[in-house]
Design a protein around this ligand. Sequence first.
Ligand code: PNS
Length: 172
Amino acid sequence: MNHIQHVVVPGTFDPVTLGHADVISRARHLFTRVTVAVAESRTKLGVGTAFTLDERVEMLREALDEQGVSQLGGVQVLPFTGLLVDFCREQGAGGVVKGLRAMTDFEYELQQADLNAHLAPDIESVFVMSNPGYGYVSSSIVRELASLGSDVVNTLVPACVASRLKERFAEA
Ligand code: PNS
C-alpha cells in the first residue's frame, strides 16, 4: 500500500490569513508535497470576492515566503476551477487537507468531505485542528475589520496582505 505523499490544501483565500498559513505549514510537516489550490469563486455563498483570483494567488505566494513556509520546499500555489477532486487527480495528489476551528466548521466541512468521498473515494480528506491562537480568525472577519479601517487586521494576516487590504479598502 502506498502512503500519501502529496496533498492539496484548497480554499478561497480571500485573503489568506495567518490561520491558513499555519494549516499549510502543518500540512507540509505531515506530507512531502503540498499544493495550495485557490478556488476561482466563493461558490459557498454565491457572491464575488474582494480580491481577484490572480491577486489571491499572488498574495498566497508572498505570504508563504514571508511566513517561512516556502523555504520548507515542496509547496506550490495554483489557481483552480471546477471540481476539487478533479484538480487533485490532475495534480496526482492523494488527499485534501483542511483546518478545523470550531464545531461550526465541522458540519460544513463534513458535508464537503462526504461529497468528495462520494465523487472520488480514492481521495482522502484529512483535517488538522486550528492553532487555538487563530481559532477566531477567518477571511470574512479580516475583510470586515479592514473595511472598518481597524488596525487589528495587522495581527491576523501576514504583513504583505495587511498592506494590500489597506490599499483595497481605501479604494472602496
Ligand atoms: O475557503 P473555503 O470556502 O473553505 O473553500 C471552499 C472550497 C473552495 C474548498 C470548496 O468550495 C471547493 O472545493 N470548491 C470547488 C468545487 C467543488 O469541488 N465542490 C464540491 C466539493 S464542496
